[in-house]
Write a protein that binds this ligand. Sequence first.
Ligand code: ADP
Length: 472
Amino acid sequence: MEIVHISAECYPVAKAGGLGDVVGALPKYQQQLGHLAKVVMPMYRSKYLYNHEWELVHESGTYLGNTWFRYAVIKEKTNELGFDLYLLDINGLLDREKVYGYDDDTERFTAFQIAVVHWLATWEHRPDVVHVHDHHTGLIPFMMKYCYAYQSLRSIKTVFTIHNGQYQGWMGWNKSHYLPSFDNWKSGMLEWKDSINALAAAVKCADKVTTVSQSYMEELRIQANGLEDLFEYEKGKCSGILNGIDTEVWDPETDPLLPYNYGIADVVEGKELNKKSVCQHFGLDADKPLFIFIGRLVGEKAAEILPSAIGEAAAEFNGALNFIVLGSGDPKLEYELQALQELIPNQMSCYIGYNEKLAHQLYAAADFLLMPSRVEPCGLNQMYALRYGTVPMVRNTGGLRDTVIDIGAPNFTGYGLVFEHPSVGDLKHAIHRAASWYFEKPDILLAARQKMMAIDNSWTKSAAAYIDLYKS
Ligand code: ADP
């Protein structure tokens, strides 16, 4: 099968969160299953762009509304990622340093999608499946079906995967002229509650819709930032396929970003050495249990409860715990975390920003990972933590529910800590459970670590599930 993935992110080219990890890994595993997988993404000014060699494969021009723009498609020469990687360049629009966060993001991603469809229409053959990811590519199934210029793409099957349903790519009807001219009788396919909604359009127009865990699929019918009825109505074509992790990139035995590599057999010594190194860097005492949080500092991750939960837990344990927070987001929260660090520097540190290397080192060094998320479509952090022998402490929601079993589960099947509410009280209670486990039951902790590290969360299973879905 030939599959074309279209996405705003793909690790290691450009990543802002889990979407990048998935699009960087899934095609590689689909190739390993004997299929031809390609990725098309915008050409940002990323390090990856400048460190690799490219060949020009297509150059042309088309319209965003009344504005003519030129675009070029370049392909990475060596296929080092294990699949064909294409970057689409639109001068002045896409070639920027950040992936998102510009005032003209609507124009940037709409132009990107139009150019991709324009390019696809010039191919001499047709791929079997066009697989689009999140709202930045959500208008593509509509364009392939209902834009007059792209009727030749109509027969290609489309799959839409929702990595995050909170962001939907809303656009006022005053911008509908951006799109190539389309069958006006079908304008309802673009709409949700009086505006163009790229995510809703993709749910309506794609042949199949997936989310990144089964539980998240069910939750979207109850809570989907206004699209609940749509998910209920379209449930027949929707399914959940749990993400995997790239076990080649995320392997504590070979991870080149770690100062000390380790496996199941030497997990105690290996984690201790990594912890010493991290704690030394942050001025913390490596003899204390280390709790970490990694992620966007936003409401979805319930990050705003961290300062109170950490501050109170630190006081209740008289300084016997360590915390490190790595993330960025809400400026007020960033400030609160930095203030807490100044208040209790021997117990809490934070790194405000994005740092891939530090993230790897923290997963290896930590004893516990905090994930109180309000919404977690799949969540990758908990799976990385499992692989690195770090106990995930998660809220019972979405993909966290599907991947972490509480240590108290019957028949000793559990290995993590699960709690119900994204609240200071629940998180603190979980920290108390973790600390007593750390201090009083090191044998059980070790057994849980070994059990977690042996869990297979690789892409092999999920990549095959996507292939079955395409075939259906
Ligand atoms: P999201 O909702 O942000 O996509 P996921 O759990 O699906 O959440 O994926 C988060 C990914 O981003 C993980 O690979 C995590 O390690 C990484 N990550 C998040 N924030 C940071 C950060 N500040 N520095 C480094 N890596 C980060």
